[in-house]
Design a protein around this ligand. Sequence first.
Ligand SMILES: NC(=O)c1ccc[n+]([C@@H]2O[C@H](COP(=O)([O-])OP(=O)(O)OC[C@H]3O[C@@H](n4cnc5c(N)ncnc54)[C@H](OP(=O)(O)O)[C@@H]3O)[C@@H](O)[C@H]2O)c1
Length: 249
Amino acid sequence: MRTTNNTILVTGGGTGMGLEAAKHFSELGNKVIIVARNAERLREEAAKLANTTAIPCDLSNEDELRNLVYILKRDHSDLNMIFLNAGIATNYGLLEGENAYEISKAEMITNFHSAVLLTNELEGLLADKPESAMILTTSGVAFVPDLLHPTYSATKAALHSYALGLRLVLQKKESTIKVFELMAPLVDTPFSKAVKSDLKMPANQIIKELIAGLEKDDFELHVGLTQQIAELSRKSTQEALKFINSVTG
Ligand SMILES: NC(=O)c1ccc[n+]([C@@H]2O[C@H](COP(=O)([O-])OP(=O)(O)OC[C@H]3O[C@@H](n4cnc5c(N)ncnc54)[C@H](OP(=O)(O)O)[C@@H]3O)[C@@H](O)[C@H]2O)c1
C-alpha cells in the first residue's frame, strides 16, 4: 500500500497513536481527517499539521457516526484509507462488584460496533479507488485477555475476528481494498496511564512500524511484545495467558 498521496481518516486522531499517525501521514504528503470527541483538542492538533481537517464525533453515538459518514461522502469523496484506531478501556476486576455489563457495552460500541458501521458504510467509497485500505487497531489482548481490562480484551478479540472475515470477504469480491490490522503492544499513551510497566513502547515507534508494514503489505502487524504473545498463544493458550498477565501486573 502506498503511504503518500492518500486521503486518510484517522479515528482517535487527537492523542496517542492516532495523533502520531496523523503527524506521519501529513508529513508524508497525505490529506488527513482526524476524528475524536474532544473538539477543542482535535482542532488545535489539526491546525498544527499540513492538509489536516478535524471532524469532532462521538463514535459511540449512532447518529453522530452516520453524520460522520455523510460528511465524508459529501466533502471527502477522495477518501481511500481509513485508520479505525479510537478505543476505550476500563481497568477493573471481574466479579468484584463493578457493573461489567454497562462497562462492556460502552467498550464494545466504541471499539467494535463503530468499526463495523464505518467499514460497511465506507466500503463503497473506498472500492472505486485504484488502491485503498482499512486499518484496524487491535492489541496483543486479542489473542489472550489481560485481566486488568477483562471486557476490553474481548472487544479486541471481536475486532480481530472481524478483520479476518472482512479481509476474506473483500478478497472473494476481488476488491482493491486491503485490510490491515495493527496489533499494538503496551504503548506509552494516555490510554495506558493506569498500567505500571517499563515495557511501554513510544507511539512514534509503533507508527513507524505501521507505515513500514503498510508499504510491505504486511496485513497483520504484530508489533513488539505482541509478536511474542502471538507465537506463545499458538503453542499454548495457558502460557500466553500467564505471560500477558505478568506483563500488565
Ligand atoms: N496504549 C496501549 O497500551 C494500547 C495497546 C494496545 C492497543 N491500543 C489501542 O490503540 C488505540 C489508540 O489508543 P492510544 O493508546 O493511542 O490511546 P489514546 O491516546 O487514549 O487514544 C484513544 C483515542 O480514541 C478517542 N476516542 C475514545 N472514545 C471515542 C469515541 N467514543 N468517539 C471518538 N473518539 C474516541 C480519544 O479521543 P477523545 O477522548 O477526544 O474522544 C483518543 O484520541 C485504541 O484502540 C487502543 O485500544 C492501545
